[in-house]
Design a protein around this ligand. Structure first.
Ligand code: GLA
Ligand code: ZN
Length: 689
């Protein structure tokens, strides 16, 4: 387990000393030590500094930084520096510059500005990284590597277009197969020569309108997305292998962006090549906690439950939203523990010292423009730093145990949102979040899984909006349910194959037998319109009628039983919620998008019927997470609310790790506070409000 290399939960963040006079560096070290900081991510945007021209490399400044970190008891997360190319390179080799979807060749500027299929980029990046690896192998400060930065920009240049054709030849071998997969008889698109194929940009297949993702040919665009993700993975691997060729046991990662749900890159496909997954997360003050919880669980799921790094968060403010309020007192600490609770083995910031110029000069930092330690933010950072030092390695590699899995699939996400479907309001992440929230609200832990994951370890598998059914997946689900598993899916599922070609013969296509239903029509509702879901049979706490909307499907039963029906419109009385017994298990189908209160009760009852219960009964606003290590069980209780909250943890004594106190029975949680309860696994933890 690679993250075992961490001596404790690492604490620190991005550090850009090259932006400041050297005299400040010693003061930085003093302040880092004061704050309990032990890791600095350096060299992320220093390509221009390190390679001022074709032949010259200059790493002396970095030597000094690395040495200083070591002398002060700190580690380096060493950036490879390839996220912004030097200006001279762009002038000399314009192929490194990207082309936008509307065909504009960019000039030198900004960052994340290189084309992934530029021979110049690949050549010079690999060269640079080899030199770095040779120079810093064996350096005592070097803990891990940070390749590039927030990778993933899409490029539409000629090099990318040619590379796309090669990628397609590899995938389809013949144009006949490609024409079939892309359904090219539509709008007279038959391709007779590989050279006919162009990238699906705004100049070709892109559809203008409300949804910028929409395209005339979903098959082409899907393949382009896959190709782009693979192109960047190839660039990442070039750097990864350059490092490993010099330092075989190096720990290498890159920081995932978009709060972990970054659409352009299939992070499940990437994760095997990251020695530890690393996440940048930038919620706003009003972002619901379950939004972050989902993303942390997803990061944990990318490598089958392995811990991950919280690589970047702001200690205080952002600078890139329209309005950037400060994080309120205690919130940075609380949200840091939320990440730790869900598997993070580092708490890191962007950034350690605030820049004096350019775009990020007002982005929050541990050391503010004032330059000293007498600020609220610095004090809060120091308190957390001291706590993390006390926790030491105690929580490292503790694992979450879940009986419930939610399927997350990038191809499916892309496909759902590419075409002109029933409603542009139909968003994959919204549905994933809806179902996640139902478990979150009930304090029931879930794992995120991919299509390849073995299902038998779970009691319940949920696949919201399983629009795309990949080859063999329907059989896999069928087998799982036959053997006693419970499967749950929603409207707009089983519609298409991996090329986004519709499965003929009635929705939900390949899932029809498993679900025991046939869906005849899909009725999309405008956001202001609602239908209702009327319970026909009692199920747990569900009774009466609930709001629903977004999509209502006209369903016929083919063996399934209906638990609820629609309350109005021409399909009034037809099934809205069904269950099909299949082998020893059962498969549920929600033919509409129900309200949150319905979801909460439904999932509670469903889990109850499978013997899956809440970790702890806790009031709204309190989050509960559990991890296990050997015979120990850690229960994190986080009060995100503004009120004092009470919980009941039962009669067994638990140790609260942050205060060191022994606790049991009734506990009070001040607003914005956290407790980490340690107990014996077998003793369990049950309580009520
Ligand atoms: C991203 C980048 C950082 C910095 C922060 C600012 O996460 O990786 O370099 O720009 O955003 O929020
Ligand atoms: Zn390109």
């Amino acid at each position: 387990m690679i993250s075992r290399k961490f001596p404790k939960i690492m604490y620190g963040g991005d550090y850009n000393p090259e932006q400041f006079p050297k005299e400040i560096w010693d003061e930085d070290m003093r302040l880092f030590q004061l704050a309990g900081i032990d890791i600095a991510t350096v060299n992320v945007f220093s390509w221009a500094l390190n390679q001022p021209d074709e032949e010259t490399y200059r790493f002396e400044w970095l030597d000094e930084v690395m040495n200083k970190l070591h002398e002060n008891g700190m580690y380096a997360c060493l950036g490879t520096g390839t996220a912004a190319h030097p200006a001279w390179m762009a002038r000399k080799y314009p192929d490194i510059l990207t082309v936008t979807t509307d065909g504009k060749k960019r000039k030198f500027g900004r960052r994340h500005n290189s084309c992934p299929n530029s021979p110049t980029f690949r050549h010079y990046a690999e060269n640079l990284v080899k030199r770095l690896a040779e120079r810093y192998k064996g350096h005592p400060a070097l803990l891990l590597w940070h390749v590039n930065n927030e990778i993933g920009i899409r490029c539409y240049c000629d090099n990318c277009e040619n590379a796309f054709r090669e990628w397609l030849k590899d995938r389809y071998e013949t144009l006949d197969r490609l024409n079939e997969a892309w359904y090219t008889r539509f709008w007279g698109h038959t391709f007779y020569d590989w050279e006919d194929i162009v990238l699906p940009s705004a100049l070709s297949e892109g559809l203008s309108g409300g949804n910028s993702d929409q395209t005339a040919f979903q098959g082409i665009t899907l393949d382009f997305y896959r190709f782009n993700s693979d192109s960047w993975l190839a660039c990442y691997l070039l750097e990864y292998n350059a490092i490993k060729s010099v330092i075989p046991d190096a720990v290498v990662t890159t920081n995932f962006q978009g709060n972990g749900t970054y659409k352009p890159l299939d992070y499940f496909k990437w994760a095997p090549y990251l020695d530890i997954v690393a996440l940048d997360i930038y919620p706003e003050n009003h972002t619901p906690e379950s939004y972050m919880a989902l993303r942390y669980d997803l990061m944990r799921g990318l490598k089958d439950g392995a811990p991950f790094m919280l690589m970047e968060q702001t200690p205080s403010v952002l600078n890139w939203k329209t309005v950037n309020p400060t994080k309120r007192p205690s919130v940075m600490r609380l949200r840091s523990y939320q990440a730790v609770a869900r598997g993070a083995e580092s708490v890191m910031f962007f950034q350690l010292r605030r820049s004096l110029g350019a775009y990020e000069k007002f982005h929050g930092a541990v050391i503010d423009h004032a330059g000293h330690e007498h600020t609220r933010v610095f004090r809060e950072c120091t308190e957390l730093g001291q706590e993390l030092q006390q926790l030491g390695n105690h929580l490292l590699d503790a694992r979450a145990k879940s009986k419930v899995a939610i399927l997350f699939d990038w191809d499916n996400w892309w496909a759902v949102e590419l075409g002109g479907g029933p409603s542009a309001h139909l968003k994959y992440l919204d549905q994933i979040q809806n179902y996640y929230d139902a478990f979150y609200d009930n304090h029931i832990q879930v794992d995120f899984i991919q299509v390849e994951t073995d299902l038998d370890q779970y009691e319940l598998v949920v696949a919201p909006l399983l629009y795309m059914v990949k080859p063999g997946y329907a059989e896999k689900l069928g087998q799982y349910v036959k053997n006693g598993g419970t499967f749950l899916t929603t409207f707009y599922s089983g519609i298409a194959n991996e090329n986004d070609l519709v499965t003929a013969g009635g929705y939900p296509g390949e899932l029809r037998r498993l679900l025991g239903i046939w869906v005849e029509e899909l009725d999309a509702l405008h956001p202001e319109h609602k239908n209702s879901l009327v319970m026909k049979k009692e199920f747990g706490e569900l009774r009466g009628s609930y709001d629903c909307g977004l999509l209502c499907e006209v369903v016929h039963l083919e063996g399934a039983e209906s638990f609820a029906s629609f309350g109005s419109d021409y399909y009034e009385g037809s099934p809205a919620l069904t269950r099909n017994r299949f082998g020893q298990g059962e498969a549920w189908y929600a033919a509409t998008n129900p309200s949150r209160s319905f979801m909460r009760q439904w999932i509670k009852s469903l889990c109850g019927s499978k013997g899956i219960s809440s970790l702890l009964e806790a009031p709204h606003g309190v989050e509960v997470v559990q991890r296990e290590k050997a015979d120990l069980q850690f229960t994190f209780v986080l009060n995100h609310s503004e009120q004092l909250q009470k919980i009941q943890i039962g009669t067994h004594e638990q140790k609260e790790l942050l205060s060191g106190l022994s606790v049991s029975g009734d506990l009070e949680l001040p607003p914005k506070s956290v407790m980490i309860l340690e107990g014996q696994k077998e003793a369990g933890l049950r309580g009520s409000v």
